[in-house]
Design a protein around this ligand. Sequence first.
Ligand code: 1GP
Length: 245
Amino acid sequence: MKVRDYLTLKLKEGKLHMTLLDPDKAEDQNLGELAAIATDLGTDAIMVGGSTGVSQADLDRQVAEVKTSTTLPVILFPANARTISPHADAIYFMSLLNSRKVQHVVREQQQAAQLIRDMGLETLAMGYVVVEPGMKVGEVGHADLVPRDAPEEAVRYALTAEFFGMDLFYLEAGSGAPAPVPAKMIQAVKRESHLPLFVGGGIRGYDAAREVAEAGADVIVTGTVVERPNGKVFLKDVINAVKGS
Ligand code: 1GP
């Protein structure tokens, strides 16, 4: 089944949780093991990516390892045109809409486009917007961060993604953010736009995940939580919150 069809079907049933695994941190972590843990705990898909990027060879090896450790779709969440692997099931073809650099809006993408086509990777077009505090991805992506008290700005980006014909819209507070994207911003975007809404960054426990889900996020993404000591417990809490139990 295409990943697009899988997501459409699953989104009809309810909210989804996705686990982001970062190959940059793989030296001390086995991504395959983390993928297996997240799968057992009920996550809905595995995303592989990070904001700094790894070598193509390392990424290939790690994505292949993840792929053999889970039956779930494995979707690339690329940092740039060089972090692409044919072992994944699909790739978010992302544009960092609030970057000041054309490189992150469209140029990395055009550098990767032929390779993605030749690899036969399924593409899911995503408008990606970084909200304060933005953390590392805000920095390396040269983002003009959306202020936390400016939901209307996030709405304008969501409509932009929709009118460009993108498939998905992602509000990102940045990995390790002290707090997730504000509920008011999520509510405003959900109210005014139609694309499946991804929210990630700084979601570390039951209450935060519940708040983000109740505000209207369709897909809740966590990364760091699974890497912490007792990660299994925290991840289970987050997934329970997303699934409403
Ligand atoms: C993915 O940035 C998130 O979009 C992951 O953030 O590591 O804070 O969960 P955390």
